[in-house]
Write a protein that binds this ligand. Structure first.
Ligand code: ZN
Length: 457
């Protein structure tokens, strides 16, 4: 998966660099401090300057980079912020609470392959809260050229995916740390705008995003890491630190002696109810198959990503729920490809299964789509009656080893009915597997010409 040996070596190198830098930093800090006092002296305020060094602390620790242009840019930026601090501090009285005004600049670095990243952390305290002026720099070590986040993106849609991943991880971070960041602030801080992600670091396992307190409406910054495995298909390969597609495979041997059943859900992703279903799957060691409609994918990206990451199977239900047999080849291809690309952008994996809307398929559809056609053996008619008990009954009364059940996760009654059925069937020795898990457990090979309605023993 990852190049661990090389990174350890790099780490040692970084550790050495940092200790060298620390020594230099003391020197630089002293230089700046002298400079600061010097300014005070020329002010000629009879030794009673309000910016007496006793009331001001300045600490500056800048990286030594192998890139002169970036080094200079960082130095100039820190200088400009430092003089802003000095200008302000000059006008301030002796701090009443005994806490010195202070200005701090420090940094962190991280690298992936030839790409180096530096996050400069600048804080300035002039009596009322600490202001942050962080800035990140990314550049190619070989060419020296600076790189923007946008340059690292795979496609035009990537920033949207990056934004929804950022939302998910920041939201998680906020809850985990009981930060109570307002949802609108999380949305604002992670909206698909490159400026939102001005502070990033390329770490070993993922991109670290540092959100400033004023982005979040709280006192502290927040640092969240999006794993590179989540960014496959979103960032260009050279920025993924060797991350590979996860196959999210379960150990299937535990299901060998069980009766098997596939719960499949069409017409989603369905947001709230899809998430309710997923919240309950672990109880039954269950995974399901979602056949999603392409036109809905971008509205439910985080739900779809969660579904995939949880180990459920994602198949296509076409882009616009079309009757595929009625389309010409070009239209058919577009329905298939648009959907597959949208799904891959979110999950990192291209689907191989399709549930043709209305169960309408033929040889031309199979050949042109190149996907395996999954139909069903138990139709719950959940969309019609919208009754959780009828959904549950349709499943439990007709269940058999190898069955494929058709439902729709856009209805709460369907999700509730499915969960009732799971509870009952689990007591009868059923295991709930995805379509491809069922195929594997039954020792079957995929065949493009077939219509799969069940996997009987
Ligand atoms: Zn449908």
């Amino acid at each position: 998966m990852k190049k661990s040996g090389g990174l350890n070596a790099d780490r040692k190198k970084i550790a050495v660099v940092i200790s060298v830098v620390a020594v230099i930093a003391i020197a630089i800090g002293a230089y700046f401090a002298d400079d600061f006092i010097g300014k005070k002296d020329t002010d000629g305020q009879n030794g009673k300057s309000q910016t007496d060094e006793k009331y001001c602390d300045i600490s500056i620790d800048l990286p030594t980079l192998d890139n002169e242009a970036v080094s200079k840019e960082i130095k100039d930026y820190v200088e400009s912020k430092k003089s802003e601090f000095e200008q302000t501090a000059k006008t301030l009285p002796k701090p009443e609470d005994g806490v010195n005004y202070n200005f701090t600049a420090k940094y962190e670095t991280g690298a992936v392959g030839d790409t180096e990243s530096v996050h400069v952390i600048i804080s300035s305290y002039t009596g009322s809260g600490t202001a942050r002026f962080d800035k990140s720099y990314i550049y190619n070590k070989k060419s020296g050229a600076q790189i923007k986040l946008g340059d690292m993106m795979e496609s035009e849609n990537s920033l949207n995916v990056f934004s929804s991943l950022s939302y998910r991880y920041l939201n998680e971070y906020s809850q985990k740390n009981s930060l109570s960041i307002a949802d609108e602030n999380i949305k604002g801080a992670t909206a698909a705008n490159e400026n939102n992600f001005a502070n990033v670091l390329l770490k070993e396992d993922g991109i670290e995003e540092i959100f400033m307190p004023e982005q979040l409406g709280i006192e502290k910054e927040a640092a969240v890491t999006i794993p590179y495995t989540d960014l496959i298909g979103t960032l260009k390969k050279e920025y993924l630190n060797g991350a590979e597609k996860s196959t999210v495979k379960r150990d299937l041997s535990k299901f060998k002696d069980k009766k098997l059943i596939c719960f499949t859900f069409d017409d989603g992703p369905g947001g709230k109810y899809t998430n309710k279903l997923m919240d309950n799957l672990d109880k039954y060691d269950a995974r399901v198959t979602f056949f999603v409609v392409g036109s809905r994918v971008n509205s439910y990206k985080s739900t779809l990503k969660r579904a995939y990451d949880q180990g459920n199977e994602i198949g296509s239900h076409t882009y616009s729920h079309s009757n595929l047999t009625k389309l010409n080849d070009a239209e058919l291809k577009k329905e298939i490809n648009d959907t597959n690309n949208l799904i891959e952008n979110v999950t990192g994996a291209k689907p191989t299964l399709i549930r043709p809307p209305y169960g309408s398929t033929n040889d031309r559809v199979k050949k042109t789509s190149g996907m395996y056609n999954i139909l069903w053996s138990i139709d719950t008619l959940d969309w019609k009656h919208r009754d959780k008990n009828k959904v549950a009954d349709a499943i439990t009364k007709n269940a058999f080893d190898g069955a494929i059940v058709l439902m729709h996760d856009i209805y709460e009654t369907s999700v509730d009915g499915a969960l009732i059925a799971m509870d009952k069937l689990s007591k009868e020795g059923y295991a709930f597997v995805t379509v491809d898990e069922m195929r594997e457990l039954r020792g079957a090979e995929w065949d493009i010409s077939k219509n799969y309605t069940s996997f009987k023993k």
